[in-house]
Design a protein around this ligand. Structure first.
Ligand code: NAP
Length: 284
C-alpha cells in the first residue's frame, strides 16, 4: 500500500481530549456544563446506535447529553413543539435531530425549527444559508470532520481540484461548500453525472459520499491524490462494513486515504461535541 492513512480515530481522540479540558475550564470558570439534546424519532436500529454513541461521547468529555426518544408516529407539531421548548431552555446549548426522521414527517421543516445558535449539526435552512454566505457558526458535522481531518494532516486545500461525489444536504453539498470556502476548485457529482470515472481522475482531493459499496474504483484515483471515503455500507456476506471506495486498490495509487471504519465516522462525533462546546462558550 502506497498511501498514508488519515487516521480519524486517533485525530478524533485528540480532539475529544482537548475538548474535555475546555469543558473542565467552563465548569470551573463559569459553572457551565455544555449540554446537547439529541432527538430520536422512532427506533431505526442504526439511529439508536448512533444516538447512544453520541451520548456516551458527550459524557466521556464531561458534558451532559439528553437523548429524547419520540414514538415513530409522532406528529410534525409534536416534534417541532419539543424543539421550540429546547430552543428557549438556557441550560441546553446544542440540539440535533437524528437523520432520517420517519417518512411521514417533513425533515427540513423540523431541522429548520432548531434555533441557529443551537444548530450544532448545521443543517437547518438558516445554517445552510449562512454556510453559503461563509458566515456559519457550525458546518454540518461530517463535512466539518472531513475538512478538519485534512487540516490536521496539513493537506493543502487551497487551489486543489476537489471532486465531491454525492450532493445530499447533510454531506455532499456542505462538504463541497466547506472545500470551496477554503479555496479548492470544486466539482460536485451525482447520479446523473456523465463519465464519473474521468471526473474523479482529475481530482487532487476526492470525497466519496454516495452510499454505494466500493463504487469508486482504485484505478479512478490520480496518483498521489487524497481520498476521503465518507461512505459506510453493509454488504451481505461480508463481516466488515465497507466504504464507497475500493480501498485496497485506491490505496495503491493515493497519497493519503481514510480507512472505513476509522476515518470520517469518528470525526463526525468529535465535531458534534466541538460545536456544542463552542455553543456553550459563545452563547451559554
Ligand atoms: P444520500 O442522501 O443517499 O445521497 C447520496 C448521494 O450520492 C446523492 O446525491 C446521489 O445522487 C449520489 N449518488 C448515488 N449514486 C450515485 C452514482 N452511481 N454516481 C454518482 N453519484 C451517486 O446519502 P448521504 O446521507 O449523503 O450518505 C452518503 C454515504 O455517507 C452513506 O454511505 C452514509 O452511510 C455515509 N454517511 C456517513 C457519515 C459518517 O459520519 N461517516 C455521515 C453521514 C453519511 P442524486 O442526488 O442524483 O440522487
Amino acid at each position: 500500500m502506497a498511501a498514508q492513512i488519515l487516521d480519524g480515530t486517533a485525530t478524533a481522540k485528540q480532539i475529544r481530549a482537548d475538548l474535555a479540558e475546555r469543558v473542565a475550564e467552563l465548569k470551573s470558570r463559569r459553572g457551565l456544563v455544555p449540554r446537547l439534546a439529541v432527538i430520536l424519532v422512532g427506533d431505526d436500529p442504526a439511529s439508536v446506535t448512533y444516538t447512544r454513541m453520541k451520548k456516551r461521547a458527550c459524557e466521556a468529555a464531561g458534558m451532559i447529553s439528553d437523548l429524547i426518544v419520540m414514538p415513530a408516529d409522532s406528529t410534525q407539531d409534536f416534534v417541532k413543539d419539543t424543539i421550540a421548548q429546547l430552543n428557549t431552555d438556557p441550560m441546553v446549548h446544542g440540539i440535533m435531530v437524528q437523520h432520517p426522521v420517519p417518512s411521514h414527517l417533513d425533515e427540513l421543516d423540523i431541522l429548520s425549527t432548531v434555533a441557529v445558535e443551537k444548530d450544532v449539526d448545521g443543517i437547518s435552512a438558516m445554517s445552510l444559508g449562512k454556510l453559503v454566505l461563509g458566515t456559519a457558526d457550525y458546518t454540518s458535522c461530517t463535512p466539518q470532520g472531513i475538512v478538519t481531518l485534512l487540516e490536521k494532516y496539513n493537506i493543502p486545500i487551497k487551489g486543489a481540484e476537489a471532486v465531491v461525489v454525492g450532493r445530499s444536504i447533510i454531506l455532499g453539498k456542505p462538504a463541497a461548500l466547506a472545500l470551496l470556502e477554503r479555496h479548492a476548485t470544486v466539482t460536485i457529482c451525482h447520479s446523473r453525472t456523465k463519465n464519473l470515472a474521468d471526473v474523479v481522475r482529475r481530482a487532487d482531493i476526492v470525497v466519496a459520499a454516495l452510499g454505494r459499496a466500493e463504487y469508486i474504483k482504485g484505478d479512478w484515483i490520480k496518483k498521489g491524490a487524497v481520498v476521503i471515503d465518507a461512505g459506510y455500507n453493509k454488504v451481505e456476506g461480508r463481516d466488515k462494513d465497507v466504504g464507497d471506495v475500493e480501498f485496497e486498490a485506491a490505496a495503491e495509487r493515493a497519497g493519503w486515504i481514510t480507512p472505513v471504519p476509522g476515518g470520517v465516522g469518528p470525526m463526525t462525533i468529535a465535531m458534534l461535541l466541538t460545536h456544542t462546546v463552542k455553543a456553550a462558550e459563545k452563547y451559554g
